[in-house]
Structure formats: C-alpha cells, structure tokens
Ligand binder design. Structure first.
Ligand SMILES: *Cc1c(COP(=O)(O)O)cnc(C)c1O
Length: 365
C-alpha cells in the first residue's frame, strides 16, 4: 500500500497488536540484561551493543528512508564520524561539502587528514567534478545553509562508474523531502536532532542503508567507539516521529510562503529557497525532492539588520539548529560559514502560515 507521509510517519512509531500492550512506545533504560546458564547470547546483553528502544526507532527510520537497516547514534556528528572512520581509510580520497555543515569539514580536516586521508572540500556546484577523483563522497542537499541542491542522480552515476561510495547527509531535507537511497546513494547519514525529532529537546543521529556488510561495519564501530544514543532520547525521538510528517508539512508550507514574501520585500537583498520557481536550484529540486524543506536563506543589509529583525518580531527566536516548533533565525557568519554578514538562515517552525509571514514582513519594515 502506497501511504501518504503522515500515515507513514504514524506507522513508523510501530504498532504491537498484542492485547494489553501499550499503544505508545516504552523506553527501556537498561544497561545490562539477564544472561542464561547455557551461555547462548540473547538479543540484548549490554546497553552499548543494543537496546530495544533503539530498535523501534531504527525500524521506523529505515522505513522512512527506504532502507533495509538503520543505526541510531548519540548525535548527527556521532553518526557521520562513525561512517567516515569506516570508509575514509589512509590513502583514500574523501570529498566533503565546502559550503555545508561546518563541523563535518572540521572533522575531516582535524581528524582524518592527519591520518593519511586526502580531503577535498567541494561546493554543491563542484561536487560532481570532485567526485571524479574520489573514493568516498559525502554530499549534503540542500546544502546547509546556502540551500543549493545537489543533483543526486548525476552524482550517484559518477560515483558508481568509479566504484566510489556515496554518502548523503539528509538532515535538511529529511526523508519527507528526498530519499537519497532511491536516487543511488549508498548510505544516508543525518542528524535527528532537527526536524525528525522536532522539539529542540534532544540530540540524535542515524545512518541508513541497504548494504549488509557496510552497515555491519558501522554497527561494529558504534560498539567499539561507543557514541550511543541514550534510551530516553531514543524514546523521545520515536514518539516524535509520529508527528514528523505533519510538522514537516507545515514547516515546508511556511517556508514556501515566507520565501515568496521575502522575494518581493524591499529590505531583502536576495533569498534562496529551492521551492521558488526562479531559484537556481529549482529545476533539480523538482526532479528529486518531494518537499522543498523548512529552511530559507536570506541576505539582509548587514548583521545589525538581522538582529533588528529578531528584536522587532513577536514570533522569531534567535537560535542555531532548525526543524523545531518555533521559527528560528541564525546569522551564520557568527559560526564562520563562508557567507555575508547579513546572511540569515530562517528555519521555519509550525506556527500558522499567515501569522509567521505577517510577523516577518512587519519586523523587516
Ligand atoms: C546539525 C547537523 C549535523 C550535526 O548533527 P548533530 O545532531 O548536531 O550532531 C550534521 N549535518 C547537518 C546538515 C546538520 O544540520
């Protein structure tokens, strides 16, 4: 049955049809499990190896990503660094986004490069060309925060032709926006801290894929390095997954409406949103995205204009991170992103569309 995204979202929370079993998921915060005298290994033995609450979340995430297997981690960086430790061996060439999430390229530069990995930083536009020289490509789309869209179909074909592994960071789009595995990616990595859990109250990450051997190596790294997700965070993320379709739908609708308003506003120098018909990434976005995401990139006059926007608004929250209930504004130059001083990422929340459009429009004038 081909269900809609909110239905898939609800189904991802799981449904044990055992009479008397709770409808809601239950956290299992155990670190140790009973062993048997015959020394046969039960499914769960020790909390760093496995946890029943992880399994509920993992099967929901695998379902949403169209994967056969998902592994949860204590944060998005926990997931990404585990994948890079497994794939980026000494003597290999790794491509990471030059314009994407900055801590990924910092990890590559500070940890992998000194261990003999050749690290190439490429912008979304340079990704396909750089992939022609790579063993491992980590791409991000839409790239956070500038929102260029990478043509995953084309990138996957280049990677496949030279036997390179393609990993896609699906944090910004979420599986409700794009399903990279169906477009040819080998692995999806993501932060579930953002829109998937959606309440700004936990950190989590995951890896999803269909190659059993590769996924087993990543699971082994999680066991040995130990960047595991706490049982309570897993539980909160799982119960939040049920409303993810609904929340992300609203965030995307709000982003489209706010982007349209900003495009015509005299205080705005430029705006990027893949859903705008005249956006440079729109054509690729229409081909591969089911929704255009909850992030809008806007360029105002200067840093003071971004701060004034937040101060005059009644709804905007100044915060980094995105995908939560509140609409957040983040001036990215503060974190060293290669963008102008007046560049702000607006991460739409789930407020009523008319309210958030009117509030931002008013606060800009
Ligand atoms: C936030 C983010 C990460 C890191 O996730 P954490 O959960 O904060 O570790 C990675 N990639 C992208 C695109 C992000 O936005």
């Amino acid at each position: 049955m081909d269900y809609g995204d909110s239905t898939r979202s609800v189904k991802a929370v799981g449904r044990e049809s055992i009479p008397g079993a709770p409808v809601a998921p239950v956290p299992v915060p155990a670190s140790a499990y009973h062993l048997s005298a015959d020394e046969a290994a039960p499914l769960d033995t020790y909390g760093r190896a496995s946890n029943p609450t992880w399994r509920g979340l993992e099967s929901g995430l695998a379902e949403l990503e169209g994967a056969t297997w998902a592994l949860t981690f204590g944060s998005g960086m926990g997931a990404i660094s585990a994948v890079l430790r497994v794939l980026a061996m000494p003597q290999t060439t790794l491509v990471v986004p030059a314009d994407g999430y900055y801590q990924v390229r910092r990890y590559a530069a500070e940890y992998l490069a000194p261990r003999g990995v050749t690290v190439i930083e490429a912008t979304a536009e340079q990704m396909c060309e750089a992939a022609g020289r790579a063993d491992v490509v980590l791409a991000e789309t839409p790239v956070n925060p500038t929102l260029d869209v990478v043509d995953l179909h084309r990138l996957a074909a280049i990677c496949r032709s030279r036997g390179a592994t393609l990993v896609v960071d699906n944090t910004a789009a979420t599986p409700f926006g794009v399903q990279p595995l169906s477009l040819g990616a080998d692995l999806v990595v993501a932060s579930a801290t953002k829109a998937l859990s959606g309440h700004s109250d936990l950190l989590a990450g995951y890896v999803a894929g269909c190659h059993p051997e590769l996924m087993a190596k990543i699971e082994r790294d999680r066991l040995l390095a130990g960047p595991v997700l706490g049982a309570f965070e897993a539980w909160l993320a799982l119960r939040s997954l049920g409303s993810a379709g609904l929340r992300i739908d609203r965030q995307c609708r709000n982003a489209q409406a706010v982007a349209l308003m900003l495009r015509d506003h005299p205080a705005v120098r430029s705006v990027r949103y893949p859903g705008l018909p005249d956006d440079p990434s729109h054509a690729v976005a229409v081909e591969q995205m089911r929704r255009f995401g909850g992030l809008v990139a806007v360029e105002l006059a200067d840093a003071a204009a971004v701060h004034a926007l937040v101060q005059r608004s009644e709804l905007l929250v100044a915060a980094t991170s995105f995908g939560g209930l509140h609409t957040c504004v983040d001036r990215r130059a503060r974190w060293g992103d290669p963008v102008g001083d007046g560049f702000a990422r607006i991460a739409l929340g789930i407020e009523d569309t008319d309210d958030i459009v009117a509030d931002i429009e008013r606060a800009l004038t």
